[in-house]
Design a protein around this ligand. Structure first.
Ligand SMILES: Cc1cc2nc3c(=O)[nH]c(=O)nc-3n(C[C@H](O)[C@H](O)[C@H](O)COP(=O)(O)OP(=O)(O)OC[C@H]3O[C@@H](n4cnc5c(N)ncnc54)[C@H](O)[C@@H]3O)c2cc1C
Length: 373
């Protein structure tokens, strides 16, 4: 049986970030993925400034992969439309197959090995774990990171099943060249539609909701409403309820762990963040024995818990009356927009949002009731 310091199952943003950092730290790393890059991954391909910063910290340049940049993002709900503006692009639009291949190539260039195999089971043992593949191979490693997305075979091997997932669909659509970047909260119940401009009249268009639902022909119809012709529709789950991050010598990262933002569905930043933290935890575990991963990602998990509460509030906007009430409060004022820009950028977290809501909501409520009354 071949032995490694670290086996990383899955080479999306979580797995490749983990493998890249662990290889840089000098661990003997094997990536196992059932797919070969470039592989298709349904995604908006939207990178926020905090994701760009992580890529920068990793030393991975994606400048040549950016198809479109949105410094202005329009947000629509039943109360109207307002613009979020920033000097830096709030959303940089990529194609996921290209982004994931770039991260994977960087990890293997740094010395991580790769095998194209499907993992069916991971078993914790004394001082390590065993990884079994569908084609009957077994591998041994001091530490395993399950970064195999959703639903995760590695998590299932540990007896963990993620039950809190959003569901989203996307398509590459073609049409007029001048549509802006849009988040539209009137398009789908308990969620939103996005239009992310790529280049030459191509757009990543999608619908996502925290409540699983059948989207059927709705994506094509939504795109057509903007004069866009949608291509093939692809969809996937976005898990936002975290499982146990560590069981024995096995850690979970990214969608396998369930760390996407429950309000926005953003998951690339969270996947890279947990992948990087898991790699450092693996390095320390190989050197010193203990696995301190949960401590390293504690702040992110707490942030996501607060985000779940905020998402209950945001998707209240789904009802037309509530939106109009919010509209009457003048909630889309400068300080709200500033907070949203900082949240997307990674300069504010959901703790700042809940503090802001506690401080300002009474004033806004009185204003709204007086106007509506
Ligand atoms: C429609 C849609 C739009 C989205 N848009 C955005 C967006 O614009 N911005 C954003 O930040 N997030 C977005 N997300 C969320 C984001 O795509 C995910 O959170 C992110 O891809 C998770 O990365 P990951 O590395 O954990 O998993 P993945 O990217 O899913 O990678 C998992 C890897 O594991 C491999 N694998 C799976 N099972 C096995 C197995 N048994 N054995 C071996 N290999 C295996 C797969 O082949 C894959 O390569 C979107 C999600 C959806 C569904």
């Amino acid at each position: 049986m071949r032995e490694y310091d670290l086996i990383v199952v899955g080479s999306g943003p979580a797995g490749s970030s983990a493998a890249l950092v662990a290889a840089k730290l000098g661990l003997k790393v094997l990536i196992m993925d059932k797919a070969r890059h470039p592989r298709v991954k349904p995604c908006g391909g939207g990178l926020t400034p905090k994701t760009m910063q992580l890529l920068d910290w990793l030393g991975v340049s994606v400048d040549d992969l950016i198809l479109g940049e949105c410094s202005t993002v329009y947000v629509s709900n039943y109360a109207g439309t307002f613009a979020l503006r920033s000097k830096e692009p709030l959303i940089s639009v990529t194609r996921r197959e290209e982004l994931d291949k770039r991260l994977f190539d960087e990890a293997t260039a740094r010395g991580a090995e790769y095998e194209n195999r499907e993992v069916v089971k991971v078993i914790n043992g004394r001082g390590g774990a065993e990884v079994m593949t569908r084609d009957g191979h077994a591998y041994s490693s001091k530490i395993v990171i399950g970064a195999d997305g959703a639903p995760s075979r590695v998590a299932a091997s540990l007896g963990l099943i993620n039950e809190g997932s959003a569901a989203a669909v996307m398509s590459i659509a073609r049409g007029p060249a001048d549509l802006p970047c849009l988040l539209d909260f009137t398009a789908v119940r308990f969620g939103y539609a996005w239009i992310f401009p790529q280049s030459d009249g191509y757009y990543d268009v999608g619908l996502g909701s925290i409540v699983k639902q059948r989207y059927g022909s709705r994506l094509g119809e939504y795109a057509a409403g903007w004069g866009l012709e949608a291509g093939k529709m692809l969809g996937h789950l976005i898990p936002y309820k975290s499982l146990r991050p560590v069981v024995g010598r096995v850690m979970l990262a990214g969608d396998a762990l369930g760390v996407a933002d429950p309000t926005t569905g953003e998951g690339i930043f969270q996947s890279m963040y947990t992948g990087i933290a898991a790699a450092y935890a693996a390095y320390l575990a190989v050197r010193n024995g203990g696995v301190i991963y949960e401590r390293l990602i504690g702040n992110l998990l707490r942030n996501n818990e607060l985000a779940s509460r905020v998402s209950l509030f945001v998707y209240g906007l789904d009802t037309q009356f509530f939106s109009r009430f919010l509209g009457a409060t003048g909630y889309a004022s400068g300080d709200v927009k500033d907070l949203l820009v900082r949240l997307i950028s990674g300069r504010a977290w959901y703790g700042d949002v809940t503090k802001f809501m506690a401080a300002k909501m009474p004033k806004y409520a009185v204003k709204g009731l007086m106007k509506l009354g």
